[in-house]
Design a protein around this ligand. Structure first.
Ligand SMILES: Cc1cc2nc3c(=O)[nH]c(=O)nc-3n(C[C@H](O)[C@H](O)[C@H](O)COP(=O)(O)O)c2cc1C
Length: 189
């Protein structure tokens, strides 16, 4: 693949875990969220919603909802909860509920913007969504899709377990293109 044909930010974005606890100003958070909101969405419904936790009390509550394996995220100076509700997006035939898709597009914009600002934006599914709903009093109709740890890169990898320390610098693993791209035919796995 010609690496030059891919934007630097897409190439270099990594889900790193060695975080700095340095505070992230709100204008920085607002900038990554602004990028998220510029994503396309079905009928321009913009079904994404975000809650940014950046004070120590709220962060402490959010950290308590993390899965054990996400211990490293407890250093984050900010965590963004990503949520949506199916009826906020297009709901078309054959299970095409676009709220999750559109919200994913928005999060990718957020992550590319973050990378361009030398920030880590590490998405996580490893958390207890019911706990997050309880903390923020989010109604059950919503889906808390992900938490995103937002931080500057940390120098200290000493707090990471061995597997996570290796992942910080290991090459990215991706499926070969013939497993995921089919020209003029479909082969089901
Ligand atoms: C929806 C989603 C959930 C994820 N959940 C976690 C998580 O709970 N903990 C974690 O350490 N990484 C999590 N990741 C990060 C992935 O492990 C990572 O994106 C993948 O290994 C590819 O690495 P890269 O992002 O550095 O290219 C998640 C990523 C996505 C998109």
């Amino acid at each position: 693949m010609n690496r030059n044909s891919i934007l630097r930010e897409i190439n270099e974005r990594r889900s790193l875990r060695a975080l700095s606890g340095e505070k992230i100003p709100r204008d920085v958070i607002n900038t990554v969220i602004k990028a998220a909101t510029l994503a396309p969405s079905c009928f321009n419904k913009q079904p994404w919603r975000f809650i940014a936790a950046d004070d120590s009390t709220t962060l402490g509550k959010v950290f308590s909802a993390l899965a054990e394996g996400n211990y490293w995220a407890k250093k984050s100076p900010a965590v963004i909860a990503v949520l949506t509700e199916i009826s906020l997006g297009c709901t078309l035939s054959d299970r095409r509920d676009y709220a999750l898709f559109d919200t994913g597009l928005a999060v990718m914009n957020l992550m590319i913007q973050a990378e361009s600002m030398d920030l880590i934006a590490h998405p996580m599914a490893g958390f207890n969504p019911l706990k997050i709903k309880e903390i923020f009093k989010i109604s059950d109709a919503y889906i808390v899709i992900a938490l995103i740890a937002i931080a500057r890169k940390g120098e200290d990898q000493g707090q990471l377990n061995e597997q996570h320390r290796e992942l910080e610098t290991s090459p990215r693993e991706r499926k070969p293109i013939d497993e995921i791209l089919f020209y003029n035919r479909w082969i089901s796995a």
